[in-house]
Design a binder for this molecule. Sequence first.
Ligand code: DGJ
Length: 554
Amino acid sequence: MFGARGIEITFTLKKSVLLLGIAAVICSTAAAEQPPTISFTSGTGQLIVRGKPFLVLGGELANSSAGTAAQADTILPKLAQMHINTVLMPVAWEQIEPAEGHFDFSILDRWTEVARKQNLHLVILWFGSWKNAFSEYAPDWVKSDTARFPRAISAEGLPTEILSTFGGETVRSDARAFGALMRHIREIDAEQQTVVMVQVENEIGFLGRGGRDRSAAANRAFQGTVPSELTRGLEQHRLQLSPELAESFKSGGHTWSEVFGANADEVFMAWHYAVFVNKVAQAGKKEYALPMYLNAQLPAPLERAGEYPSGGPHPYYQEVYRIGAPSIDFYSPDIYWPNFDYWVQRYQSARNPVFVPEARLDSAPYNALYAYGQARAFGFSPFGVDSESRASKQSDAKPELSDFYAVLADLSDVILDKQEHDQCRGLVVHANSSRPTQTVALGGYLFEATLSRSWPAKSLLTDDGAVMVLEMKPDEFYLVGAGLTVSVFRDPDTDDRTAGIASIEQISKANGQWVVDRRLNGDESNQGRQLLMDARTIHVYRVKLYTYSDVRSH
Ligand code: DGJ
């Protein structure tokens, strides 16, 4: 029985529900229309796509894999089967602007279409003026007109295959082409958001003795005064400078040599590359403001600037880039050297989200766990993924990237949540690691890991191992990994109790639910004392722990 008042309340309620509904539709439409963006939460950067954090399980194509439209049809379905969710694909300047001012996006259109069918996202790698320092991917009409598009000059006084950063026409033309590309992506994709990010150029920097362009324009600028914008900016961020830059930076001087001493050539190049790419990125963002980043070729031990691309966005001079290239959102390492964790750490800061666009394919499964778990990376992407196939493997002894990605895909939402709340850790051990035993602390416990080398005797031993530790609730963790023996201790910084393992279950996801595949006991848990991971493939282990006081102390 409703009186007049009851009817009024029902009507008001219905009206509110309707209004809420309309508001929700408006909000979700607004969120969908926002281009992907980078957001910093609790000290970690996440990629937001359609209003939600997105974990990139990436793979970069080999350089000659996306030069035709038809290649999309064969390559992308295979990558989707490998549980890759984002493909990093080159788009070459020569491909989209074969004749000046005439653009052709047909190859990209087909790749985007096939990517959508396969439920894949794309990151576009703009191979414009530079790819691995050189200018091979610029169109013929650029490469052949050295008067209009000047080359960098070597220390021997010879023209190189590298476009000079001092070419005014070069930067204008590159920026115009990149702007056209971004406009096209907005037109075909702003709604669907298949393309989530763009890398501007590829591994820029000057390769050659002396590490600096010696063209007349470059020499004049090098003799001149360092722009005050740069010295002021470095002065303001003095505490954030890398040790390498801090060591040589003297704000009192005028010329590059006075201000940057022995590093003058490289800082000079870094500044001019930064200013150039900023103009290119700016032109692109004006059309469609996707997140844009630069990738770096990293110096090998003892290599000098010029032996690796001098002035690239490697960690030493990143602050120079931040001042010269404000349109770039973040910087990324291409890690082919063995000390993966060291290089990731050099890119991890409160101002730089971690995204690894290139890494060695053979150690990728392990390094991925370190990147997502310890560095809270929003993405990881080994290079040349389209060359990976089970048939090409010498033996089936090594875990496959696709197996790792399958598990990480099941865990994506959990990982993103734990990254945001700083409830994840990770470590990676290789046979040649400088620290064969590694430890991470989480939730009051220490997790100490070494390569599985002894038991169980029949299982295959491995030269690589990694684990990601996720704190699910107090005293309960998911340990995700392969190839390690893990011991758990109470963290003495928490209290003086002793830790024990209550149970270890190997779990997997079936029909959206986690189910227990095996409970590890006896020989399989070293009599309840350690987690012995499978060396051949990745698993998720649910480990419950307990603590007790040492009775002798009472
Ligand atoms: C780094 C480059 O960025 C990639 O394009 C590719 O050339 C790899 N090196 C491996 O060769």
